[in-house]
Design a binder for this molecule. Structure first.
Ligand code: SAT
Ligand code: MN
Length: 602
């Protein structure tokens, strides 16, 4: 938007907080946006309880929120999004860099002027009769040097309520922004919620996001994927850090020693479950504990000792509801008993939230669209229905999650949903191999994005929808961390989703995944045995603790074996994939692919 062509004399009622900021650049931008979008009122969010109560009352009155059973779920609400607005829209998500090749083949691209023109035409007058909310937020602990701030302008009070849970939002964030003078600008409007008038555009060179036409999750809560991944990954490249689609957890052994692990899985592949893992009984009795730092995003950078230190830039969880039960994720279920926003779930006769796999003996009467539940018409809860809840409500939330210095990472894990080929776990031989393992990641698609579900695609480091620049440059950036003095984590690959000939999962997953994490930590400490294969090191027989679970011969062979011929074909496909990026693909990664392809052919 060019300020000189805008009518800055536009005025709207100003409410909330300080009604402005001490930072001229912020006031000017808000004025420009108001002149373009022409809201009836401008509300500066301070993040206070009073503000939240007033906003909630407004949303209850206009039907944006429905109150849930106060006795069973105090302070909790249901929101139903437009039925055409239930997931991220990758085909409508753009990265607008001056040079097309900087966005890379992994992103939809538009020239910045064209992108701004397209978006500003949509935003023109779109907030008439609505309140425009100005949300200052901080991604990461408010006093952490690793944190970064932004301001989201939106006409959706639902977005305000979610941002209040998912980020450190309001007065303290505004104070930091005023001190630092820089912030990511995110402009959002639900527009008409028309899929044909919907775009999510990123201008990484200007630290700017413009999102129009969707009120759902990652499309609208701009601190999350838009800022903390797409814009931040671009910033991280130039500043020497990493912005990743990873959960972070701490594993405390019976000796009281805690190792932190960061793990990348595509959306809806169990990051929240792994982050909140409850150890199997034998482990619990022995004194093992798992601590949750984050379930979706990880920012990490080398510390003075050469190790990578990580923070979770988020303050809450936007988790997938279906499948969440006492058995699958008791910590998540405990977290969402109060003060939670549910989006697109079903409801029971006594007004409790309900979803497939909740397994609490109740039945839904209303589906996610608000219609009487009829199993013939599909599930009660949308497969991508979500809960939004403060991380502080999670019983396993780690006090270290608020540490401004972050936690030192001992292991990085990559994993996808692979019904065949990929064993339960293997270890990369060094950092370069680890980067290749991440780059070659494949996974079957899920309901987190619109489009077909269950189709295998390459999703490097689970960042396919989220890397704000050319993947070839991103892999070079990853490789660049291997330098003198670095004490890099070990890199592993896991696959919880391997299926047997009968189509059933072979590995029990959930709490039993701790067995795999234990083997990794032992490897980090040089205490567990492995078998070297061309694809990496697999657990030696007996090295991974299987006490208390039974696996038949097929399961053991598939989970801990390696099929040379099938891997040879996989490596040919990985080679072709890397070549899609042309000459920008780092030679070191291609050499690594060739090295392993050679070993497989021997
Ligand atoms: O909609 S979100 O992007 O926030 C959730 C996800 O897909 O991981
Ligand atoms: Mn995610």
């Amino acid at each position: 938007m060019n300020a000189s062509t805008q009518d800055l004399s536009f005025s709207a009622t100003v409410e909330g907080g300080a009604g402005g900021s001490r930072l001229p650049a912020l006031n000017d931008w808000v004025a420009q946006v108001a002149a373009l979008t022409r809201p009836a009122a401008i509300h500066w969010c301070d993040g206070s309880d009073a503000e939240n109560e007033a906003l909630t009352a407004r949303m209850l009155a206009d039907g944006t929120l429905h109150k849930l059973n106060e006795e069973t779920h105090p302070g909790s609400y249901l929101h139903r999004s437009h039925p055409d607005d239930v997931a991220r829209v990758e085909h409508l998500t753009f990265v607008c860099t001056t040079h097309h090749e900087d966005a890379g083949p992994n992103n939809n691209w538009m020239a910045p002027e064209e992108g701004h023109a397209e978006m500003d035409a949509l935003f023109d007058g779109c907030m008439q009769g609505r309140t425009m909310y100005v949300i200052p937020y901080c991604m990461g602990p408010i006093d952490s040097p690793l944190s970064r701030c932004g301001v989201e302008i939106t006409d959706s009070p639902y977005v305000v309520a979610n941002m209040r849970i998912m980020t450190r939002m309001g007065a303290p964030a505004l104070a930091r922004i005023e001190r630092e003078g820089t912030f990511v600008k995110g402009l959002h409007s639900i527009g008409e919620l028309d899929p044909n008038r919907r775009f999510i555009m990123h201008f990484p060179e200007e630290l700017t996001i413009k999102s129009y036409g969707s009120g759902y999750g990652g499309n609208a809560l701009l601190g999350k994927k838009c800022h903390a991944l797409r814009i931040a990954s671009h910033q991280a490249k130039s500043e020497g850090w990493l912005a990743e689609h990873m959960l972070i957890l701490g594993i405390e052994n019976p000796q009281g020693e805690t190792h932190y692990v960061a793990a990348a899985f595509p959306s809806a592949c169990g990051k929240t479950n792994l982050a909140m893992l409850i150890p199997p009984e034998g482990y619990r009795n022995a004194g093992w504990k798992v601590w949750t730092i984050g379930d979706d995003i990880c920012w990490m950078r080398p510390g003075a000792d050469g190790r990578l230190y990580a923070i979770n830039p988020e303050a809450g969880f936007f988790g997938v509801a279906p499948g969440t039960s006492r058995n699958s994720n008791a910590n998540a279920l405990a977290s969402i008993q109060s003060s939670t926003i549910f989006t697109n779930v079903g409801v029971t006769a006594d007004n409790q939230p309900w979803w497939e796999g909740l397994e609490n003996g109740q039945t839904p009467v209303i589906d996610w669209r608000g219609n009487p539940y009829d199993p013939a018409k599909g599930p009660a809860a949308h497969p991508n229905s979500r809960f939004t809840v403060s991380a502080k409500q999670c019983p396993s939330y780690s006090p270290m999650a608020e540490d401004p210095q972050g936690v030192p990472i001992s292991a990085i894990v990559f994993g996808g949903r692979r019904a065949s080929l990929v064993p339960l776990v293997f270890e990369a031989r060094d950092w370069t191999h680890g980067v290749l393992v991440g780059a070659a990641m494949g996974s079957e698609t899920t309901a987190a994005a619109t489009g077909a579900v269950g189709v295998m695609r390459r999703d490097p480091m689970a960042m396919k929808p989220f890397c704000g620049y050319n993947f070839a440059d991103y892999f070079s950036h990853w490789l660049s961390f291997d330098k003198e003095g670095a004490q890099l984590p070990k890199v592993f690959h896991v696959n919880w989703f391997r299926k047997g000939d009968n189509g059933k999962f072979l590995w029990p997953g959930f709490g039993d995944n701790l067995r795999v994490l234990e083997w990794m930590i032992q490897r980090v400490k040089g205490e567990a045995d492995a078998v070297e294969t061309p694809i990496g090191a697999l657990p030696a027989e007996g090295a991974l603790n299987l006490d208390g679970i039974t696996l038949d011969e097929e399961a053991k062979a598939k989970l801990f074996g390696f099929d040379r011929a099938a891997w040879e074909a996989e490596f040919a496909s990985i080679g072709e994939y890397l070549d899609e990026y042309g000459p920008r693909m780092p030679q070191a990664l291609k050499d690594e692919q060739q090295r392993i392809a050679g070993l497989l052919a021997d």
